[in-house]
Write a protein that binds this ligand. Structure first.
Ligand SMILES: O=C(O)C(=O)C[C@]1(C(=O)O)C=C[C@@H](O)C=C1
Length: 82
């Protein structure tokens, strides 16, 4: 595969990823509103640990890379929840 054709494929994957990230951040905001309504704190370390373990296993052989991305993404998700 040429550099140009690989880049086209990367661009297509990135477009899909951004759509999915937007959907996830929308859901995170909705979660933040629900938590605020019932007076529940934003940070849920048990949920984050379970999610990281599940996705790290699913992402093999890119488990460590996906874990690092998700750690950052959940930090951003918490920030969005306020
Ligand atoms: O599941 C939740 O309780 C969320 O608020 C979502 C989410 C996430 O982005 O996955 C964000 C913050 C919590 O610490 C745990 C998980």
């Amino acid at each position: 595969m040429s550099i140009e054709s690989i880049r086209k494929k990367i661009d297509a994957v990135d477009d899909e990823l951004v759509d999915l990230l937007k959907a996830r951040f929308d859901l995170s905001r909705a979660m933040g509103e629900e938590k605020k309504k019932i007076g529940r704190g934003v940070y849920d370390p048990a949920r984050e640990a379970a999610l990281l373990a599940r996705l790290e296993e699913k992402a093999a052989p890119y488990g460590p890379e996906v874990r690092a991305l998700y750690e950052k993404m959940m930090e951003l998700s918490r920030n969005l929840q306020g």
